[in-house]
Design a protein around this ligand. Structure first.
Ligand code: PLP
Length: 437
């Protein structure tokens, strides 16, 4: 029979201690559950810093004129923001709430980029009043709002235009299409209309670049190089036709991570090297000055630093069918499996050396048949109170969590060098009704 999945997909500090328990950031996972309860989100500080620093170190080498923005939607939390801010990254935000959190973590306002396909008037006013560095222009309605509000507030705004370059990425492949069926950004054929409107009515708008985010959990370099080619061809077009020399090229985020052993993501260093080479080549071809390169990774910074610990409860054997093992969490703390059919890896944290294995399906506790966290995984034989550790839960888990079934959200603990620190308190029943009238 197969052995229990290895800890390759877990944070870089994960080990097995003499008791046969999984340790993370030098902390015994069972002790963490005893102290902080279950389920429990963990963030391994060393892995987080390693991932974020990989972007900075690789680009220092390959393309010094750069700015990496952490895509804050992946995990929005003040303590995490402070760590990322200290490393010198900027931040991509998509709402007034994310702006507020970024300001609370003292990000340099110049390095905050405000995205979104339906920014409200209030959010735009909030961004402008707080001198948020760059607005990523998404659509014509927003362009009108920006023109109006910037005049009312007498503010000059730096903007970049979000384009949909007709590149569609799935996890393992991508296609180029003439027009991308996406709610985000401008189709390339509307670029002239946008530029004319900025030129005639956008006195307070300073256009400095173009943006494209082509997808998430991307495993190939080619979609990035094609995107850069398309955007820099537009840089050249804008220079010739409108006499505007753009200075920022924002290639979005999207680098994939290894949720399961079959996932084979590109390395951050390869991404930085190939991206840089492609920009240099295209700028030579179009006779452009090298722009500042902006990237917006989320998942590849925070994803692999996260682990969620769950406690096993009931089980059910379907006659001649699956064995379901139920845990104390599920779709409300990790909505990715039910939303995207996302795959995860798990180990049994208190039975790391056990060899008596079986194939089980890990079921969530929520009232949805589809609330299945992992289907058909080989694990040591499970009993109630065993602790299951799921890897790669740092991105789009806590930030997409809910209180479905009125279950309080778990606590989140930062672990490092044998120390643990609460960065999000566990919610209580009172929290659940705090806003009810
Ligand atoms: C505009 C934009 N930038 C960056 C990201 C981050 O993507 P990822 O977490 O895959 O790196 C997203 C994710 O949806 C996005 O929409």
């Amino acid at each position: 029979m197969e052995t229990q999945t290895s800890i390759n997909t877990f944070p870089i500090t994960c080990k097995v201690n003499a008791k046969g328990h999984l340790t993370i950031g030098g902390c015994d996972s069972l002790e963490l559950v005893k102290t902080y309860g279950s389920p429990l989100y963990l963030i391994d500080k060393e892995t987080l810093i390693y991932n974020a620093s990989s972007y900075i170190n690789s680009l220092k080498k390959h393309y010094p004129n750069h700015l990496i923005l952490y895509a804050s939607k992946a995990f929005t939390n003040t303590a995490i923001f402070k760590i990322i801010n200290n490393l010198g990254l900027g931040i991509d935000v998509v709402s007034g709430g994310e702006i507020f959190t970024a300001l609370s973590a003292n990000f340099n306002k110049k390095n905050i980029y405000f995205h979104g396909n339906n920014k409200s008037e209030d959010e735009i006013k909030y961004a402008l009043t707080n001198d948020i560095g760059t607005i990523v222009l998404d659509n014509f309605y927003e362009l009108e709002l920006l023109q109006k509000i910037s005049k009312e507030l007498n503010k000059t705004i730096e903007i970049i235009i979000r384009l949909t370059p007709g590149i569609e990425c799935h996890t393992h492949d991508y296609i180029k299409t003439g027009h991308l069926d996406s709610k985000f950004g401008f189709d390339l054929e509307y670029l002239d209309d946008v530029l004319k409107s900025i030129k005639t009515k956008g006195d307070n708008l300073r256009l400095k670049g173009l943006h494209a985010h082509i997808g998430s959990q991307i495993f190939e370099l080619k979609p990035y190089t094609d995107t850069i080619e398309i955007l820099l061809e537009k840089f050249s077009y804008i220079k010739q036709k409108y006499n505007i020399e753009l200075t920022e090229l924002n290639v979005g985020g999207g680098i994939g991570i290894s949720y399961i052993k079959e996932d084979d993501p590109i390395s951050i260093d390869d991404w930085a090297r190939v991206t840089s080479e492609t920009i240099e080549k295209a700028c030579k071809k179009y006779n452009l000055l090298l722009p500042k390169l902006i990237g917006e990774p989320g998942r590849s910074i925070i994803g692999s630093s996260g682990v969620t610990l769950y406690t096993v409860g009931s089980s059910k054997q379907v006659p001649n069918g699956r064995k379901y093992i139920s845990i104390d969490g599920g779709m409300a703390d990790n909505p990715r499996p039910i939303t995207y059919n996302a795959k995860y890896t798990a180990v049994v944290a208190n039975k790391m050396n056990h060899t008596d294995l079986e194939i089980v399906t890990i079921a969530g506790r929520y009232c949805e048949t589809g609330d299945i966290l992992i289907r058909d995984i080989t694990l040591p034989k499970l009993s109630p109170k065993d602790i299951i550790a799921v890897s790669n839960t740092g991105a789009y888990n806590y930030s997409m969590s809910s209180n479905y079934n009125m279950v309080p959200r778990p606590a989140c603990v930062l672990v490092s060098n044998g120390q643990s620190e609460i960065i999000i308190e566990r919610e209580t029943y009172s929290d659940l009704i705090a806003k009810h009238k």
